[in-house]
Design a protein around this ligand. Structure first.
Ligand code: BTX
Length: 267
C-alpha cells in the first residue's frame, strides 16, 4: 500500500496493511516494554475514538499509534495529546492544508480561520450548522501509570489522508478532498513523527508544548460549549493551562475543564 517507511524517522515503524486497531497493537508492544515504536496501518477494521466511540478507518488513511515510555508523572500525560495535535496540524500544513486545532485534540480544516471568525462564509459545504471546520484528524491517548510516573503512553493519531469523503461521517473531510489530489502518506507520517519528537522528546518539552498548541488552536478567544462529565460549561475560551485544561470565562466566573467534547459556538 506504499506506506512502509522508516528511513529518517525518529521512531521504529511496524507497518500493517490491515489491523483491528493500531492503538491496541501499540498498547501490547508498550506493555512489553517498547519505547519509541509507531504502529502504522493502511486500514483499521476496529478503529476506536474516545469514550469507546467508533473511528471510521478505511484504506487510504494514516492510522498511527506511537508507544512511548516518557519519564513524567501521570498528571502530565495530557500534554502528549496536545503535542500529537500540534504535530498532526503541522504535517497537514506541510502538505498544503490549513489545519487548526479544536480543544483538546481535533484537527479541523476550514471554517474557523482567524479572519472568518463568527462568519459562516468560510465553512466548507457540509460543515455542521455553520460552526465551521470539518474534522480531518483525531487523537486518542491511552496510558498506564504508577503513582509517580507513566509506565507507558500510546498516542493514537487518525488522519483522513487519501479517503473518499463519501466513506466518512458528514462533518469529516480528507486531505485528498481538500487538496484535490492524494498526499504522500509516507512523507506525511515522517513529518508528523519528526514534529512530535522535536516537541515532546526534549527535556524542555513541558515549556514548549503549550505555546505551540496555543499558536495553532482556533478555540481560544471563541465562545464554546464543553460537555464535561459534570455537565455543560458555556462561555468564552480564554486559555489552556498545564497540563491541558481549557479555561472558560462563564457568566458565573472562571471555570477550568479537563475533559469533554468542545463545540465552537457562533459569536
Ligand atoms: P473522538 O471520540 O473525538 O471522535 C470520534 C467521533 O468522530 C465519532 O463518534 C464520529 O462522530 C467521528 N468520526 C469517526 N470516524 C471519523 C473519521 N475518520 N474522521 C472524522 N470523524 C470521524 C477521536 O475520537 C480519536 C480518534 C483516534 C483514531 C486513531 S486511528 C489510530 C489509532 N487507532 C485507533 O483505534 N484509534 C486511533
Amino acid at each position: 500500500a506504499g506506506l512502509e517507511f522508516g528511513l529518517g524517522a525518529p521512531y521504529e515503524i511496524e507497518y500493517h496493511d490491515r489491523i483491528a486497531s493500531t492503538n491496541e497493537r501499540a498498547r501490547e508492544l508498550a506493555a512489553e516494554g517498547a519505547d519509541g515504536i509507531a504502529v502504522v496501518a493502511d486500514e483499521q477494521t476496529g478503529g476506536r475514538g474516545r469514550l469507546d466511540r467508533e473511528w471510521v478507518a478505511p484504506s487510504g488513511g494514516v492510522w498511527l499509534s506511537l508507544a512511548i515510555r516518557p519519564d513524567v508523572p501521570p498528571a502530565r500525560a495530557p500534554l502528549f495529546t496536545l503535542a500529537a495535535a500540534v504535530a498532526t496540524a503541522d504535517a497537514c500544513r506541510e502538505a498544503g492544508v490549513d489545519a487548526h486545532i479544536k480543544w483538546p485534540n481535533d484537527v479541523l480544516v476550514g471554517g474557523l480561520g482567524g479572519e472568518t471568525d463568527g462568519d459562516a462564509d468560510g465553512d466548507a459545504p457540509g460543515a455542521s450548522g455553520g460552526r465551521g471546520g470539518r474534522k480531518v484528524a483525531g487523537i486518542l491517548t491511552e496510558m498506564e501509570g504508577e503513582a509517580d510516573r507513566v509506565s507507558w503512553l500510546v498516542a493514537g493519531i487518525g488522519v483522513n489522508a487519501n479517503i473518499d469523503p463519501g466513506a466518512l461521517p458528514a462533518d469529516a473531510t480528507s486531505l485528498q478532498e481538500v487538496l484535490g489530489e492524494p498526499v504522500d502518506r509516507r512523507r506525511f507520517a515522517a513529518t508528523l513523527l519528526e514534529r512530535f519528537a522535536a516537541l515532546a522528546g526534549t527535556s524542555d518539552r513541558m515549556d514548549r508544548i503549550l505555546p505551540a498548541w496555543r499558536e495553532r488552536a482556533s478555540t481560544l478567544g471563541r465562545r464554546v460549549r464543553v460537555d464535561t462529565p459534570n455537565g455543560p460549561v458555556t462561555g468564552t475560551a480564554v486559555d489552556v493551562e498545564p497540563p491541558g485544561a481549557l479555561v472558560i470565562e462563564t457568566d458565573d466566573g472562571t471555570r477550568r475543564v479537563h475533559a469533554g467534547d468542545c463545540e465552537h459556538l457562533r459569536d
